[in-house]
Design a binder for this molecule. Sequence first.
Ligand code: NAP
Length: 505
Amino acid sequence: MAQFTPHGKHLIGGEWVAGETTFASSPAHGPAHDYAVGSPELVARACEAAAAAFDAYAATSREARAAFLEAIADEIEARADAVTEIGTQESGLPEARLNGERGRTTGQLQLFAEHIRKGDYLDRRTDKALPDRQPAPRPELRMMQIPVGPVAVFGASNFPLAFSTAGGDTAAALAAGCPVVVKGHSAHPGTGEIIAEAVKAAIESTGMPKGVFALIQGGDRKVGEALVTDPRIKAVGFTGSLAGGRALFDLCAARPEPIPFFGELGSVNPMFVLPAAAAARADEIGTGWAGSLTMGAGQFCTNPGIAVVTDGPDADRLVAAAKAALEKVGPQTMLTDGIAKAYREGADRMNRSNAVQPVLTTESAARNASPNLYETTTDAFLSEHQLGEEVFGPLGLVIRVKSADEMERLARGFEGQLTATLHTDAGDAELARRLLPILAQKAGRVLANGFPTGVEVADAMVHGGPYPASTNFGATSVGTLSIRRFLRPVSFQNLPDYLIEGDLA
Ligand code: NAP
């Protein structure tokens, strides 16, 4: 028997609200269900409720918000089996992945609870008054971070839990003291609903204002447009495509009151395999690369789509090892029909391009994708822009370079990335030292001798990077630093003692 049968409604101001029309979900397996289509009117109601909740929620103690985040985690765990059931049906991801992702999601909520309890995120600074300073006295200044207001969250298709309804963006915003209006992803509306049910239960058990969280299901692009242009929304967290993110970013910038749009978009995550590392372990790196490239059907934003290696026998070994490992993978189910179609189109573009040579080409049908592998040169790569664009799925491109100088030239040619990787041994030290500062200019995270899939949720993590990896290079969407997106520094000057209370004290 099904663990969970969705009712298909939106959650607004603490109430489940039906819509006038519905759309059917498109699960990878299991039954489809009908969901209420969102509308600008419903978005406006959710934003009104969020704005009404803001003052009271922003004024809650850090301890109260921490308890709220922990209650959400507990309510999600209480629905564990049902979450996994609907999540696997909708996404086609395996049960073990959904279970692991649930742990990551509740772990993030608990991490933010601990983070705000400590209070460091407020970044409080005090400049003591210097009344006798000449030629003019100095006032007392107290600076701290305050919540920005209601936040819109667009969940990711590829992380139905950890980057979606109560995922990293929502946890960071709620921790900061900001109400959240989630635009449900149409790829997993039922998973969104059961998580919203958990948040609703946590709101009720901890006595939080009802408007502090809303879920508006999609089914119509007007929902996202209305949400980012609603004057009550003060910031947006988004994970998705470059095209969708850019469209919404532009809407945010064009508002009478522009607001920050924190979009985590696409990336090809180049790996630079330096000569000594290639000589020592080309096969191991090739096999490991294939594993990272096909993990989750290649549907990770940190998927390393490009390997740069010096031409020669070590490059041949790396390519042969990668090809052999990719041949064993076979077709995998993609998250949505649309993502599977986009993958096929990306592979078709590569197949038609004169700038690449095929190493492994496969046919992908329906909602499946099989790995593809190509090779190219530095000049071809730098002259054909689309080779540097992400193909979301298990598609790899090897760029063979002739020299260290050419590797450096190529590194300088990349656009902004979420990650860049160095495979390096002691014999590569000089070249690695040349590349490291270049890659640090290009990416939010630079890693050595590993693969970028698997993003640790931690204090020192950065999941972001220069455009087009993200729309705001000063921010991260993973880790405790992500709370800064939803805070604003305010300086309080010469406040009388009776106003120095709460977090200001
Ligand atoms: P998407 O098509 O950009 O959709 C993301 C969300 O934005 C959905 O809720 C979608 O609504 C909405 N949306 C997109 N375009 C819109 C527009 N013009 N107006 C209003 N709303 C709009 O991305 P996706 O298909 O979910 O994910 C696949 C892509 O995301 C991949 O290409 C990958 O590059 C990228 N991605 C990036 C990361 C990262 O961390 N950087 C992670 C995962 C995926 P609907 O639900 O109505 O479609």
